[in-house]
Design a protein around this ligand. Sequence first.
Ligand code: FMN
Length: 428
Amino acid sequence: MRGTSIFFSHTVTNQSHTLHEYRTRGGYGGLTRALTGGMQPADVEKEVMASGLQGRGGAGFPVGTKWSFVNKKSPVIYLACNADEGEPGTFKDRWILEHSPHQLIEGVLLASYALGVRHAFIYIRGEFDLPLRRLQGALDEARHAGLVGERIFGTEFSCDIVIHRGAGAYVCGEESSLLNSLEGRKGFPRNKPPFPAVKGLYQRPTVVNNVESLATVPWIIVNGGAAYAAIGVKKNPGTRLFGISGHVERPGLYERPTGYPLKKIIEVDAGGVLGGRRLKAVIPGGSSTPILTAAEIVNVTLDVESMVRAGSMMGSGGIIVIAEGTCMVRLLQVLTRFYAHESCGQCTPCREGTDWMNRILERILAGRGVAGDLAALRAIPAGIMGNTVCALGDAASMPVLSFIKKFGAEFDYFVEHGRSMNAGRLAA
Ligand SMILES: Cc1cc2nc3c(=O)[nH]c(=O)nc-3n(C[C@H](O)[C@H](O)[C@H](O)COP(=O)(O)O)c2cc1C
């Protein structure tokens, strides 16, 4: 890519994940600078604060601010890196784990140094196989090299990293659910407050940060927070990893500065819509973010303000491209089935509501839709949103509401005729 790159500054090879290659491209330079260059833990936090880096896990909370909430005088503080990456359409953290795991380990160490963490955890999605093996291999290498463990670089700073493998539950990506799972409990989200930064793992102050968030920290320490803040859009600066999937010629992972045009990343970088078909819609930030029609994306740029103005969210950076001819009823049912399956069942509105929405959509698809179905699909999310312990219910509701608002005619047609209005209407 042109301009500053935090993840693709080098040619990616089948050895990029090794310690040797990482060091060749300047790896562990940030940790060296922090530990042996006279930086105090507070200095590391200050640089991250100055960078304006916002969390890349979906909620976009400023990383430095989250770190500042932790009472550094607490005798025990934990860091939990969220490598659960379960949101459909999102595959950026997997890339980091597979191709630059040392970058994450260095980020975890820098965050641990800033926060006073002695034991850090990386909670990795249960389905990840190669990413787990690469991460474990990198951690073993780092331990051997004295980069993880006792008295790193001969300083007072000691830190162990423990990899914990999840068992394949999307809800365990929610930070408090992740902490329950780490403790060996059922992966139910916790009520907040207290937030993890106050009472987290084993009731101790805990910072939960996403893989991409932490893997960005080494660059910030080497180049300075101000340099990071100067990339992209001022209010949410930096580069972001965008996973493009669906109906595009070149699906894959693209690193672009915030403020980059959404249309350009689809039409130019990803080679345009598959087979020269026309663009119908885009889900811009992972499957839970509200869908945008082709007309709505014309002036949208990849930053928080522009996305919110268009009526959607940046989310986790997973851009799902949908071509003309796609049946939106079927697509929504696929998404809703996922959330209904992944609802943990703790909160009645989410447990029951996601299942009701899925069953209604299944019935419409089977040609047995009835007149009140659309009204029900509008009403059920209203009963879920804001009435649950975590945001999984909102994640399930936003696609339903936005699909029906923007493609309501397709749902009406399906209910009335028992079939899709798209059947046989694929553009050439
Ligand atoms: C249902 C649900 C699933 C989530 N899954 C993930 C995930 O897989 N990875 C992730 O980093 N954040 C996920 N999050 C967001 C986390 O709760 C949390 O905000 C994030 O890990 C914080 O890291 P960040 O501040 O660096 O973005 C999820 C949230 C919800 C409600």
